[in-house]
Design a protein around this ligand. Structure first.
Ligand code: GLU
Length: 505
């Protein structure tokens, strides 16, 4: 076991959009695989056809492409252990169902849903297990001949795992340690259904983990209750020697209050719980996604990585490479991680500031066009560069901060606080003087303007900045004045100054 190559898997069921908790699970698997030079497999667990949702698989692939999480093997990639969709592996599972039946570790049960419901109603807390299986309709009570006859005649049946009571089961969990469970509390889970000739999640999951040579099962805490059964299955199938180690990740908790994070929390507080926007194929309802809401994929990755783990220092901004180097599965917390979406906004703001202007510009260009503005991409990029440091969480927040780059102030509002404070007696004359100076500046770049205007200010003790801002912007916002004037160019700068002087006097 020690010298086996690390192989982990992400095994979503395509039952809808991938929840953000699932994204974190995949990310931790990815970090663990990369850090150990191992493989990450993408397996689609679609044996429950009643819960299948069209489009979900494509959505999953697209989400990871966007996030920069690559799979080494699996659906969409291929590899030597395929097929990687469980619905295409029917025949693989049958022989293991047979093996468990032959070894007496499983049995055939004919109880109909109606019969089971009747039992549940008659017996509070009814569980199909060692205490009750003797009074049900199964191969243990009916005998081999009768069972064979029923199967031959086409009766529907399921195969159940035969859990022996009185056994202490140990789950070796890298986060929670040695988790002990008494087998008496487990029920005889259904492993296979004749109706669709498919195994259930439990059997398919174990068989595939074994055949795909998975060494570590890293998954959400909600799967911890299934783990004792999985351990028993490994033993029953004779695979205990290569049983993967488990790591059950802490739950993601509501941003406020108690309980686990749900889609409703996102709707209530206004943040996405899915990586990409999701269009429900049945209802047509649209759920927001991180991508469409304007998050950068690196910010989402960094934010999620720190929900349940931290590097043990106060470093919060970690690139994917730093995460790979520093991530430590054993140091994940056992208790749930609060989903602090406000912190997610902070991460996005930080990443925006460190993202090249050219990468952000197309998104801002889209927003400009929505506002009826068409500008050459280098102009768009220049504005992003001047303004992205202004503590914005999203590129779209640039528009109200930046409209004046593209649209000259139409009116000058004397009641505006900034205008009132900075437009005084003598201001108009000073602006006219400044305009005359600008007319003669040869180099109208920010540096050229600085070289020409700074000495004029110093020699007269002048402070024209705020009034000049009133002229070019109309109010108290915007970047450095030299950068702004250079961006607007001589003609537009002088025109705006002339109009302000005329309007404000
Ligand atoms: N198919 C399960 C899911 O949807 C996989 C659980 C596991 O990783 O074992 O999450």
């Amino acid at each position: 076991m020690a010298d086996r190559k690390v192989r982990v898997r992400f095994a979503p069921s395509p039952t809808g959009p991938l929840h953000i908790g699932g994204v974190r699970t995949a990310l931790y698997n990815y970090l663990f695989a990369r850090q150990h030079g191992g493989d990450l497999v993408l397996r689609i667990e679609d044996t429950d056809s009643s819960r299948f949702v069209p489009g979900a698989e494509d959505y999953i692939l697209e989400a990871f492409r966007w996030l920069g999480i690559q799979f080494d093997e699996g659906v969409g990639v291929g590899g030597p252990h395929g097929p990687y969709r469980q619905s295409e592996r029917r025949d693989v599972y049958k022989q293991y169902v047979r093996q468990l039946l032959d070894a007496g570790r499983a049995y055939v049960a004919f109880d109909t849903p109606e019969e089971l419901n009747a039992r549940r109603e008659a017996t509070p807390n009814f569980q199909y297990d060692a205490r009750t299986r003797g009074s049900m309709r199964n191969s243990l009570t009916l005998g081999a001949q009768e069972t064979e006859r029923l199967v031959r005649e086409g009766a529907q049946y399921v195969v159940r795992f035969k859990v022996e009571p009185g056994e202490e089961i140990h789950v070796d969990d890298m986060i929670r340690g040695d988790v002990k469970v008494l087998s008496d509390i487990l029920d005889d889970k259904v492993l296979y259904k004749s109706a669709d000739e498919l195994p259930t999640y439990h059997l398919a999951n174990i068989v595939d983990d074994h055949l795909m040579e998975i060494t570590h099962v890293i998954r959400g805490e909600e799967w911890l209750p299934s783990a004792p059964l999985h351990v028993l299955l490994y033993h029953a199938l004779g695979w205990a020697g290569t049983m993967p180690r488990f790591a059950h990740l802490p739950l993601l908790l509501k941003p406020d209050g108690k309980g686990k994070l749900s889609k409703r929390d996102g709707d209530r507080l206004g943040f996405p719980v899915f990586p990409l926007e999701w269009h429900d194929p049945k209802t047509g309802a649209v759920s927001s996604g991180y991508r469409e809401s304007g998050y950068l994929p690196q910010a989402v990755v960094n934010f999620l990585a720190l929900l349940g783990w931290n590097p043990g220092t106060d470093q919060e901004l970690l690139s994917m490479d730093e995460l790979i180097a520093q991530f430590d599965l054993a140091k994940c917390s056992k208790s749930g991680a609060r989903f602090d979406y406000v912190k997610g906004l902070w991460f996005n703001r930080e990443y925006l500031q460190h993202t090249p202007d050219a990468v952000l510009a197309p998104e801002f260009d889209r927003i400009l066009r929505q506002n009826g503005i068409e500008a050459p991409m280098d102009r768009v990029e220049a504005v992003v560069g001047m303004m992205k440091m202004k503590k914005i969480n999203f590129v779209r927040e640039l528009w109200p901060l930046c409209d004046f780059f593209f649209i000259a102030p139409q009116t000058y509002d004397r009641e505006d606080k900034f205008v009132r404070k900075n437009w005084k007696e003598g201001t108009a004359a000073e602006m006219t003087e400044l305009a005359a100076l600008l007319e003669g500046v040869a180099d109208f770049s920010a540096e050229g303007l600085r070289a020409a205007v700074d000495p004029w200010c110093q020699e007269g003790g002048r402070k024209p900045w705020n009034a000049w801002r009133v002229c070019l912007v109309g109010t108290g916002k915007g970047p450095d004045m030299y950068e702004l004037a250079a961006f607007l160019g001589r003609g537009e700068t002088l025109e705006r100054m002339r109009r302000a002087v005329a309007a404000l006097g």
